[in-house]
Ligand binder design. Sequence first.
Ligand code: IPE
Ligand code: IPE
Ligand code: MG
Length: 255
Amino acid sequence: MINKIPSNTDDTVPVLPRHVAIIMDGNGRWAKKRFLPRFAGHKAGVETVRKIVEISAELRIEALTLFAFSSENWQRPKKEVDILMDLFVSSLEKEVKQLHQNGIRLQFIGDRSEFNQKLQSRIAESEQLTRDNQGMRLVIAANYGGKWDIVQAARQLAEQVRQGTIEPQDITADMLHQYISLSDLPEPDLFIRTSGEHRISNFMIWQLAYTELYFTNILWPDFDRAAYMDALKSFADRERRFGQTGEQVAKIHNA
Ligand code: IPE
Ligand code: IPE
Ligand code: MG
């Protein structure tokens, strides 16, 4: 297969994903390698977030969803959880103004009710401030779990059944989809996970049904422009079939 993008060139990527979803993993190992506390890795990870958000907006990617804290991450030592919560608050306080100036619309998915009041307020304020922005959608998945997402959607449908608006046999995938987080966005085209782990870890399991998956050994704090471009170039070389044959897809493209 001909590589459409010579690997040593600039940032021109012919087919860009509309929506990129990233599991930002490897902060702890990054710190450990440097004999630093895990917190240092998380702090360095925030810097990477800033850069990747900037590059994504510059490339005019429509939506970027970042997995910041999973519903399972509460099981970490309390000290690490506390540090992560403090880091969320301070990052929001520091970054939101700039995001707003750049026209970015910030949004959170996940069960925010379990966060402390201060963090809940910062989240609500940042969403409120940026809600009318027309630029990139930046989605932070915090206390998010793919199973939680499906359950909360199912509950809403169940409520409708109880009220008699719909019958159980009327339920379709499209209907459930409407209640799943980010149903107003295209589903992620490209999924990236850093740090060499090859798993989804309960990220957007519904939305990733047909997403192109990309894994890299690079640890999140080291994930830079070049690494991001490699992921985007890999995406540009994929043939998405959505269940069809390669011939059918080629026909649509050549039409
Ligand atoms: C990802 O890095 C950040 C969060 C899960 C909050 P990790 O903290 O999971 O880093 P590793 O996997 O231990 O290296
Ligand atoms: C997934 O990473 C969650 C986030 C990056 C926020 P984890 O490090 O928690 O995933 P596992 O435990 O290795 O699967
Ligand atoms: Mg990890």
